[in-house]
Design a protein around this ligand. Structure first.
Ligand SMILES: [Zn+2]
Length: 409
């Protein structure tokens, strides 16, 4: 029988185990500690036990010290299935942390109980990043069961802390020099329902916090106050207009094809209506086309802050520590891209297309070191949403594409 049929058959055989693992992943709360969760310890112990029961040649833990959790570390697991004549490793990296459930009233089921219904598994983390984690580890299991050893190494990296910046996850592993300069990465943490989209580039990330400091007073005595909300709102509106009108070039590689500058979170100020707030805090989240330098943009915003401070007799300060210019994209004609495209075509008949996205994945950290990365998965884009789910059909399809890709590496 042809290889592709054997792989599809083997994955089908593994389906019950994949569903069980996917449900287990959902049922262990691993919400990132920086968003109020218990962290990845428990889920990492489950996953490590699964990997240890298979035929990996090497399994290692890299615990990043972190005092944000009572147990003091953030786990990262790597597992290697050695090739016949290995000179490099093809890594599949997924993240173990999850975002919080959000407004519980919007969920039809308990977010931390996996519910299987109509060919889907519901629950927080089922898609982000559970589906691709299960697909990629079971792809290796399929090769092991079939007795297939690729030419080079296949690596599995299960990391912490993707949702709040990756300092204790992928960045920690990079700093520990876990990866070689010839290594390639598949980061299945973004994708589209037709399974055709391969991400090769990301926009620059630019987040900033505007703090306007005025003077609090009773609402009936504005003559004694410096209204921080009025100054802060006027400034935020001016910044919004300036950014969207100035940095408006489009690039069809990206979806959406332009830079985005969005006012998002607004911090609470006073509890009561009859007080003029002395402080106003507004946040922006911006995803900027790589042609612009985020440092130049922020310098202009800071100039405006000085102008508005004078105009409203307040002090406007900007915290823009959370920003980074996008690294160079992975080239479209790289052999890694060709291998993934060929595997998708072979296993699904789909003709893939490549492009860039506005969201940030672990790929940006690796591309910054010149390591080639492809981001691909079949997803209904339910990440961070209420009633997050993954279709079981996608679990199987993606696992067969990964297994084929691994077998040809
Ligand atoms: Zn994710």
């Amino acid at each position: 029988m042809e290889l592709k049929k054997l792989i599809a058959q083997k994955i089908k055989e593994l389906q019950p185990d994949m569903i069980e693992a996917s449900k287990k992943f959902v049922s262990i709360n691993s919400v990132n500690p920086r968003t109020g969760g218990p962290g990845e310890k428990e889920v990492s112990e489950y996953l490590q036990a699964v990997l240890q029961s298979w035929k990996f040649d090497e399994i290692k833990r890299y615990d990043a010290p972190d005092s944000a959790v009572p147990y003091g570390y953030r786990p990262n697991i790597i597992a290697i299935y050695k090739g016949k004549n290995p000179s490099k490793t093809l890594w599949f990296m997924t993240h173990m942390d999850k975002v919080p459930a959000g407004d519980i009233s919007l969920w039809n089921t308990d977010p931390y109980t996996a519910v299987e219904k109509d060919g889907k598994i519901y629950g927080r983390g089922s898609e982000d990043n559970g589906s691709s984690m299960i697909s990629s580890i079971f792809a290796v299991k399929a090769l092991m069961d079939m007795g297939i050893r690729p030419e080079n190494n296949i690596g599995i990296a299960l990391v912490s802390d993707e949702e709040t910046g990756s300092e204790y996850g992928i960045q920690y592993l990079i700093d520990q020099k876990v990866f070689g300069k010839n290594d390639w990465f598949v980061i299945p943490d973004s994708g589209e329902p037709d399974g055709a989209f391969i991400e090769l580039a990301e926009k620059s990330m630019m987040r900033f916090k505007i703090t306007t400091q005025g003077k609090q007073a009773h609402a009936s005595m504005p003559n004694l106050a410096k209204n921080a909300v009025r100054a802060g709102m006027n400034f935020a509106v001016a910044v919004d207009k300036f950014l969207n009108e100035t940095y408006n070039v489009t690039d069809p590689l990206f979806d959406p094809p332009y830079s985005t500058f969005e006012p998002t979170k607004k911090d609470n100020n006073v509890e009561n209506i009859n007080t003029i707030p002395g402080t106003d805090v507004q946040h922006f989240d911006c995803r900027v086309l790589p042609m612009y330098d985020v440092n130049d943009i922020m310098a202009k915003v800071k100039d405006m802050a000085r102008e508005y401070s004078r105009k409203y007799d307040v002090t406007i300060t900007i915290d823009d520590s959370d920003k980074r210019n996008a690294p160079a994209p992975t080239p479209e004609d790289h052999d890694l891209v060709k291998l993934l495209k060929a595997s998708i075509k072979e296993m699904t008949g789909i003709i893939p297309r490549t492009g860039g996205i506005g969201g940030g994945t672990c790929a940006a950290h690796l591309r910054a070191y010149g390591i080639p990365c492809v981001v691909w998965a079949t997803l209904d884009e339910m990440a961070h949403q209420p009633n997050e789910y993954i279709k079981i059909e996608y679990l199987l399809k993606d696992a067969s594409v990964y297994a084929y890709m691994m077998s040809k590496f």
